[in-house]
Structure formats: C-alpha cells, structure tokens
Design a protein around this ligand. Structure first.
Ligand code: HEM
Length: 135
C-alpha cells in the first residue's frame, strides 16, 4: 500500500509544482498580449486550471503526504520534514498570489517574476529535502 501512496504522492507533487510553475509563467506571457479577445481567452484558461487542476491536485498531494507520514513514521526520522512543511506553507501562499495575479488586468512584470521564480526554487527545495533527507 505504501508503494501506491508514494506513487500517488510523487505524480501529484510533480503536477502541483509543474502547474504552478507554468501558470505563473503564463501570467508573464499574458502581459505581452495586445488583443482583448486573446487576453480574455488566456485568462479563462488560467482560471480553469487554477480552480479545477491546481487546487484538487494540491489536495491529493497533501492527503497522500499525510498518509505516508503516518505509515513511515517520518516525524521521528529527522528534521527535514519540518522544513519541507514550512516550505509547503510558503508554496501555498505563492499559489494564492498566482491566483490573484491571474485575476489582475494590470500587473508590473517584475511582480509576476517575483512569484514565478520563488515557485521554482521552493519546489526544488522541497524535492531536495524529501529525496536527499539532508538532516
Ligand atoms: C507540494 C508539496 C510536496 C512536494 C513537492 C513533496 C515532495 C516529495 C518528494 C519528492 C518525495 C520523495 C518521493 C520519493 O521517495 O521518491 C516525498 C515524499 C514524502 N512526502 Fe512529500 N511533498 C509534498 C507534500 C507533502 C506533505 C504535505 C506531506 C505530509 C504532510 C508530505 C510527506 C511526505 C512523506 C512522509 C514522504 C515519504 C518520505 C520517505 O521517503 O520516507 N509531503 N515528497
């Protein structure tokens, strides 16, 4: 059963980080569009992905992570999990910011980049912690 939850956790966390990474990049791309019809179409797709893919798959990642924590007794096996959960909270905050930027019609590009780059770094940090377990 552990194999099942580890597989579920691995695929869902890839989708969470990948979806957030690309969604925050499409915010930057949308700033370059000039045609209002194109902007509305892009915004509609972004909103649907945020609501119907990002949030459900985040729930799958968190639930499968909780199940794994209970099965492998991860909290007595080192402190990496606490840092990983701290980074998870920051990633969730950046996910909310991404949702707000999708709604915004006017946005300085630097603010969009200030969401896009940390999402990549936090995702990489969480994957490093969970796979290498450095402490
Ligand atoms: C976006 C959020 C998350 C990401 C990116 C993530 C990433 C990962 C990765 C890369 C692994 C290693 C898989 C492997 O062994 O190949 C892993 C394992 C694990 N994760 Fe997560 N995770 C996330 C959320 C969570 C949450 C919310 C929890 C707990 C509440 C959790 C608990 C665990 C546990 C217990 C393991 C197994 C560790 C072991 O090998 O003993 N994860 N996670």
């Amino acid at each position: 059963m552990n194999n099942f939850f580890l597989t579920l956790h691995s695929i869902s966390m890839c989708l969470v980080v990948g979806t957030l990474f690309l969604q925050s990049l499409t915010v930057v791309f949308r700033l370059r569009l000039k045609n209002q019809g194109e902007i509305d179409g892009a915004k509609n797709i972004q909103k649907r992905i945020h609501k119907f893919i990002y949030y459900p798959i985040l729930a799958v990642t968190i639930i499968s992570g909780i199940v794994l924590s209970l099965k492998v007794d991860v909290f007595s096996g080192g402190n990496w999990i606490f840092l990983k959960l701290g980074l998870l909270i920051i990633l969730i905050i950046f996910g909310i910011l991404n949702g707000k930027q999708i709604q915004a019609d006017v946005l300085p590009k630097k603010y969009a980049m200030m969401v896009h780059i940390p999402i990549f770094l936090i995702g990489a940090g969480m994957i490093y912690l969970a796979t290498i377990k450095p402490f």
